[in-house]
Ligand binder design. Structure first.
Ligand code: PEP
Ligand code: MN
Length: 373
């Protein structure tokens, strides 16, 4: 079976959007129950709370552990909302099964480790527990799919994915950078798979949660995961990104869920027009890039003939700066310009290396040749 043959059953089988909310961590019984009662009636489909917390650095609050399972059981009894928590080991799985936890989730720091995912999959074999799989901390699509595959091989079918962004080094708008295209690729490769957006871990801060939730709706995510706490500023983990139940309700009220498509003939006609214009532009872009590569190869041939090894990093820097300026004028983000230029540059290097390495016994090693285009 190839990964593309994997079929999934809905975890939720509900109206859209699917809403998962609750505190980052279960801290006290009162905090958990207050949050759950605050969320009751707000359309929450699943109540979340972390009990075992994988923290980046030691010394931070690492979760309340077993007592939290009893609190979650009470949430379900008192509010009727099903509950979910994060599992990272086989023992977590057994403990959660004992306490009737409805849905399990695998965190980003666990998805990254195939040994751990396999251990969880083995512990779940023979059950029909729904599992939500967060993307790994690094943007590795195959690792994410591999985790889904391990659970699928263990016989589980009620599996959903959660996009929670990817860690990075530096100061960015988001705590974990979203890679929207990767989530869209997942939706397209596995049409039956529900894909949820964890806006809290993507944003890391309250003020951009609403716009990010709207973005997730517009990209047709199946639902949202949101961290909610009665007194967010006092939270024992992820204080900056949590909302009160009232703020959560207000955010939801202001979100617009647009239809995926419509039969309206005016809409269809204008979509058709725009799409054919886009197709033409895309074709032109590819032709222009091919033309550019042609010139790059010509430079490669000339340099090879002259046996020139030249390193000109300033050429690339100047090119990058010029394109960044042009990009800024046209409302293209610096991140996009960098990615775009690096992709083109990498392809140029690959193409030139092919030329340089043709019958190069008497030529300098290509490693010395960084031939600028
Ligand atoms: C969480 O959901 O609280 C959590 C730890 O998430 P992640 O694995 O996405 O960091
Ligand atoms: Mn958290």
């Amino acid at each position: 079976m190839t990964t593309s043959d994997m079929t999934f059953q809905p975890v939720f089988n509900l109206k859209r959007p699917i809403l998962i909310a609750g505190p980052c961590s279960a801290e006290t019984e009162d905090q958990v129950l207050t949050t759950a009662h605050g969320l009751k009636g707000q359309g929450v489909d699943l109540f979340r709370a972390g009990i075992w917390k994988p923290r980046t650095r030691p010394g931070a609050f690492e979760g309340i552990g077993m007592p939290g399972l009893r609190w979650l059981k009470r949430v379900k009894e008192e509010t009727g909302i099903p509950v979910t928590t994060e599992v990272a080991t086989a023992q977590h799985v057994y403990d959660c099964l004992k306490f009737g936890i409805d849905v399990f989730w695998i965190g980003a720091r666990t998805t990254v480790n195939p040994f751990s995912v396999q251990e969880i999959a083995d512990a779940l074999e023979g059950t029909d527990i729904p599992v939500l799989v967060k993307n790994p901390v690094n943007p590795d699509y195959k690792l994410w799919v591999g985790a889904l595959e391990r659970l699928h091989k263990a016989g589980l079918r009620r599996i959903a994915a959660i996009h929670r962004g990817f860690s990075s080094y530096g100061d960015f708008k988001y705590r974990n950078l979203p890679r929207w295209q990767m989530a869209i690729d997942l939706m397209q490769e596995f049409p039956g798979l529900e894909v949820i957006c964890d806006i809290s871990h993507i944003c890391g801060r309250r003020d951009i949660l609403a716009e990010t939730a709207q973005k997730a709706y517009d990209l047709n995510f199946d639902g949202l995961m949101v961290e909610v706490h009665p007194t967010p500023d006092q939270a024992w983990s992820d204080a900056a990104q949590q909302l009160t139940p009232a703020q959560y309700a207000e955010m939801l009220q202001n979100l617009v869920r647009r239809a995926v498509t419509t039969d309206d003939p005016d809409f269809l006609a204008s979509m058709e027009n725009c799409r054919s214009a886009i197709d033409e532009i895309d074709e032109e872009i590819i032709n222009l890039i091919a033309e550019r590569m042609h010139l790059v190869k010509e430079i490669g041939v000339i340099k090879k003939e002259k046996n020139v090894a030249v390193l000109q990093p300033e050429r690339f820097r100047a090119l990058r700066e010029a394109l960044q300026r042009r990009g800024a004028k046209n409302e293209l983000s610096p991140e996009f310009i960098s990615l775009f230029l690096e992709a083109i540059h990498q392809e140029s290097i690959n193409q030139q290396e092919t030329i340089i390495n043709e019958n190069t016994a008497d030529q300098p090693a290509s490693g010395n040749l960084w031939i600028n285009d």
